[in-house]
Design a protein around this ligand. Structure first.
Ligand SMILES: [Zn+2]
Ligand SMILES: [Zn+2]
Ligand SMILES: [Zn+2]
Length: 168
């Protein structure tokens, strides 16, 4: 659990690549939910903490297993899926559809688009913000008369670390 001394620090680094201290981002989620009147229950917060601590796309069943180990109280899949839906609706978590896995959103305070580069070799993901992509998608949507409710862009491939290590 996060000690109360940790204060949320809004991100000001456009090149942070989504790298933030998990405890600080969880503290930020607590304050955002408080301000919105959204209920960040113990389970929802635990799941968010686990996703931040892992720092890579994680499937719902891995979360269920980790919760079992942490609490020794089994949590049913529907409960975990409902908690994930809540976290997604608050912009705190994104679902990587291509991997059927979940990652914490680096900047829930900004409600910007999530652009993920996912390595199919090691499973790591990096979250970027690119206003150019955002503008293009907004323009395309406007041309179509389409109202966007969710935008998650996923790019799959091999990360620089894996390329350097000689993986495909
Ligand atoms: Zn940041
Ligand atoms: Zn994001
Ligand atoms: Zn990799």
């Amino acid at each position: 659990m996060t000690p109360p001394s940790i204060q949320p620090q809004p991100c000001t680094d456009p090149n942070c690549r989504g790298r933030h201290a998990p405890a600080e981002r969880v503290a930020l989620a607590v304050s955002l939910c408080g301000a919105r009147g959204a209920q960040l229950t113990r389970l929802r917060r635990q799941i968010l903490e686990m996703l931040w601590e892992r720092g890579r796309p994680t499937g719902a069943y891995d979360l269920i297993e980790a919760l079992k180990r942490r609490d020794s109280r089994p949590v049913g899949p529907p409960t975990v899926y409902r908690a994930l839906e809540f976290l997604i609706s608050q912009g705190l978590v994104s679902k990587i559809e291509s991997r059927n896995a979940y990652v914490p959103c680096a900047h829930p305070e900004r409600r910007q688009d999530c652009l993920f580069f996912v390595c199919s070799n090691c499973g790591e993901s990096v979250e970027l913000e690119d206003p150019r992509v955002e503008q293009l998608l907004a323009q395309d949507a406007a041309d179509l008369g389409f109202r966007v409710t969710r935008r998650v862009v996923e790019v799959e491939g091999t990360c620089a670390t894996c390329i350097a290590a000689g993986a495909a």
